[in-house]
Design a protein around this ligand. Structure first.
Ligand SMILES: C[S@@+](CC[C@H](N)C(=O)[O-])C[C@H]1O[C@@H](n2cnc3c(N)ncnc32)[C@H](O)[C@@H]1O
Length: 281
């Protein structure tokens, strides 16, 4: 993720746009943005919308990107961004991070800057002899680092056919075809049972609904990286309490190894990951 907030760039952008915009709008220009590969995601306030294309063209020129998107919302089962293209016409890019190539369509596939620490953490989490199952693979956000840097075997499951296309390309781009394979199915239809040493559950809001399936994929002893969104008033007991309750109902004991806050998801709600060791009782 490239964040260019250098001292020279912002004044340069303001200088150019002060000649094109009413003076009262210049102070509302975005001071923060996210660059993924050569695509920029720009948050724009309502007041600036009549000038969105001129503004986007200047940010593109100064920052040297090919396409600019207006930041919107990430919604639905597939966690798809709804971002409007306001400059250029090609939202597909290759983003390089921690030695991994991530090819994606930034306008339609989520790639969160706030998850960078977790992507980097995954690069040293597994041993080469492990079998890792990523139940919500996306474009391989969390499992490409495991295949590439830990050299573990990975099964990556992604339901959205459009995202899956990039997952398959990324496996080849990163030359991990020998140890990473992908399934374009709903993870609840995955046939493997009792096979995984480690399971990634990189999802939010409804992740608890998938705990029984994760347990059926896990070996009798396994580690599960369980992500979910949690109201602050329920922390720190949640989300582990719910995980353990469901695990016990399915004949497993659960031990919390580590818990990390990934990001603020909404006011008073946090995206959390818990590393959990599960044992069949
Ligand atoms: C929020 S993205 C997260 C990607 C990555 N795990 C991360 O944490 O950065 C979740 C992905 O799970 C996929 N997904 C949602 N429900 C699924 C299901 N039942 N089976 C397989 N994939 C699913 C979505 O299409 C999306 O690409």
């Amino acid at each position: 993720m490239v964040r260019k907030n250098t001292r020279t760039i912002k004044p340069r952008i303001r200088e150019i746009l002060s000649k094109k915009l009413p003076s009262e709008l210049v102070g509302l220009l975005p001071k923060h943005w996210v660059q993924i590969g050569d695509v920029l995601i720009l948050p724009l306030r309502e007041e600036l919308l009549p000038y969105k294309n001129e503004i986007a063209a200047v940010y593109a020129q100064v920052l040297g990107v090919k396409t600019v998107l207006r930041k919107g919302w990430i919604l639905g089962e597939f966690r798809e961004p709804h971002y409007e293209i306001i400059y250029g016409n090609d939202p597909v890019t290759i983003h390089k991070e921690n030695g991994i190539f991530y090819k994606l369509d930034v306008s339609r596939v989520m790639f969160s800057p706030a998850n960078v620490k977790e992507r980097i953490r995954m690069a040293s989490i597994a041993k080469p002899n492990e079998l890792v199952v990523d139940m919500f693979a996306g474009i391989g956000h969390l499992s490409l680092p495991i295949a590439k840097h830990c050299k573990a075997r990975v099964i990556a499951i992604e339901k959205n056919p459009y995202t899956f296309k990039f997952l398959v390309e990324n496996i080849e781009l990163n030359r991990v075809q020998d140890r990473m394979m992908a399934y374009n199915i709903d993870n609840r239809d995955f046939p493997g049972e009792g096979i995984a040493d480690r399971i990634l559950m990189g999802y939010v809001i409804r992740t608890h609904e998938f705990i029984p399936k994760a347990l059926s994929i896990a070996k009798e002893e396994a580690v599960i990286h369980y992500h979910n969104t949690v109201p602050e008033r329920l922390m720190p007991e949640e989300p582990f309490r719910t995980f353990r309750k469901i695990a016990r109902e399915h004949g497993y004991e659960a031990e919390r190894l580590k818990e990390l806050v990934i990001k603020r998801y909404a006011p008073g709600v946090w995206h959390v990951v818990v590393d959990i060791k599960v044992f069949k009782k």
